[in-house]
Design a protein around this ligand. Structure first.
Ligand code: TRP
Length: 497
């Protein structure tokens, strides 16, 4: 009797065997047995995660795009592009998305779906299956830490967004000029209590949703709000074009001025490619665990990456058009979006209404991203301690909220407290996570997927049947992505860089 028949025979008596997935995957319902060896290098993987499943491919696209599209696209991308001189930076970022971001994202979804657990436990399982070193599971732990650190300051910035909903909707920005808009933001920054209040509200909403489980409430909301955000970005871009700054904005973003190239800028571009796609810390890996076996990973990842990039480019074009039409400074830092966008809506007919809606949508995009930042930790704690999702969520939320207060104070009472170099707590956490932890996470995920994961696992998960398709995967994960990351790292650390 062949092994496959024997296993079906043995398991079939105890479990309802649903289906054979691809060539090798046996689905076993309602059971957590993960490790059934069919052959030395072939494993049965369960068809479902214990945390639940996305109800369709489309829902996974929405959830992953919801994670990817966030403050990174609308707030962070324009301001770091501005700080790093535009053109060359934007092109470097696009290269990083294509050569590092997409392959690593595919690897994360694949690992998650093969493991069907939290990133830490999926990594543990796959390490075991591939007979690799236990050290690889550090990827999962580092990811949980990175997610925690990122969420702490993410919530603070998202809090600014919440505050601006009311400010715009009440007409507070109607007809203002650049100066007034800049001062309005400075007033918020100098008020730690106000910032802490909105940080609290944002963290509260996020944890409330996370505690209730991801799929149900979110599904309907994402379906409407994401497209609406897209529409309003187009409105903003339309305003940017009408304001006469578009040509200059476009030129700033795409003209290659090599003198503005800096190695630190390259590292920021690489780090941002990881940040904006939510890769390098297991968020997409965690979501991958809930992806139905029938979904094509490669196609889905391409869709998500394209959506994310498109949103960033539109936001960038809109914001830089406004910057140049109003004589503002492109490199003015984290406040860029919070000055330009209110300014633009303040000059539009029905601007209070549209502006209010815009910040509601930005806040929503931030919430769907924040949720994904918590998922690796939450799923792990639930698995490990059999604790309830809501308890774990509240605990994590409180800890993260506390750390977030340090970022709140970075803008006022602690603005001269430097952690490393000239960096405040907020700047330091941002730098450490985006420019160091995420690229390193991406590097090790690529190496693990490229060198350690068994070939059959990759082929069955990605539905690869041809040698040439396998060769593309191999080169991308073994050579291109790791070398790209290493090159940027070495250049940045090099003394002359
Ligand atoms: N990608 C999100 C943004 O652009 C932020 C984010 C969500 C994230 N999940 C992540 C960043 C995981 C890094 C890792 O706003």
């Amino acid at each position: 009797m062949c092994i496959r028949d024997r296993i079906i025979g043995e398991l079939g008596e105890r479990y309802e065997i649903a289906d054979w997935i691809a060539n090798w995957q046996l689905s076993v319902w309602q059971d957590r047995i993960q490790l059934v060896r069919l052959r030395r290098d072939i494993y049965v993987t369960p068809d479902e995660s214990t945390h639940g499943m996305w109800s369709s491919r489309w829902l996974f696209v929405l959830a992953a795009a919801g994670s990817a599209v966030g403050l990174g696209n609308i707030w962070k991308f324009p301001y770091i592009a501005g700080e790093n001189g535009g053109g060359v930076f934007v092109v470097a970022y696009l290269f990083c998305v294509a050569l590092v971001g997409i392959p690593v994202m595919v690897a994360e979804v694949l690992i998650g779906r093969q493991g069907r657990q939290s990133p830490i436990n999926s990594m543990r399982l796959l390490v075991q299956q591939s007979e690799g070193s236990k050290a690889w599971s550090l990827i999962g732990w580092a990811g949980v830490a990175a997610g925690f650190l990122i969420l702490s300051f993410y919530s603070v910035i998202a809090g600014w967004g919440l505050y601006y909903i009311g400010e715009l909707a009440s007409g507070g920005f109607t007809g203002v000029d650049g100066n007034t808009a800049t001062q309005a933001l400075a007033a918020l920054h100098s008020n730690p209590i106000l910032m802490a209040v909105f940080h609290t509200v944002f963290m509260g909403i996020t944890i409330f949703i996370v505690a209730r489980g991801v799929v149900s409430g979110l599904e309907r909301a994402i379906r409407w709000l994401m497209p609406l955000l897209f529409v309003l970005l187009i409105v903003l871009l339309g305003y940017g074009i009408a304001s006469g700054g578009f040509a200059e904005g476009f030129d700033f973003m795409f003209a290659l001025r090599w003198e503005s190239l800096s190695f630190d800028g390259l590292l920021v571009a690489l780090g941002h490619a990881a940040f904006t796609l939510s890769i390098g810390m297991g968020a997409i890996m965690a979501y991958g665990a809930y992806v139905p076996s029938s979904v094509s990973i490669t196609r889905t990842v391409m869709t998500i990456a394209m959506l994310d990039t498109l949103v960033a480019l539109i936001a960038g074009l809109a914001i830089f058009s406004i910057v140049f039409a109003n004589g503002l400074e492109p490199g003015s830092g984290p406040g860029l979006m919070f000055v330009t966008v209110p300014l633009a809506f303040g000059q539009m007919p029905l601007g209070a209404l549209f502006g209010g809606i815009f910040f509601i949508l930005v806040s929503f995009a931030a919430i769907t991203s924040a949720i994904s930042l918590t998922e690796p930790a939450i799923a792990f704690l639930v698995e490990e301690y059999d604790a309830s999702r809501s308890r774990v969520a509240v605990g994590l939320g409180i800890a993260c909220w506390l750390l977030g207060l340090a970022s709140v104070f970075s803008f006022n009472i602690w603005s001269d407290v430097y952690v490393v170099g000239e960096k405040t707590v907020f700047d330091s956490i941002d730098y450490l996570t985006a420019n160091i932890m995420l690229p390193l996470g991406a590097l090790f995920i690529a190496l693990f997927a490229g060198y350690v994961l068994p070939r059959v696992t990759v082929m069955s998960q990605l539905g690869i049947t041809s040698e040439s398709a396998m060769a593309i995967w191999t080169v991308a994960l073994r050579v291109v992505a790791p070398l790209g990351i290493l090159a940027v790292f070495l250049y940045t650390i090099w003394p002359s860089g």
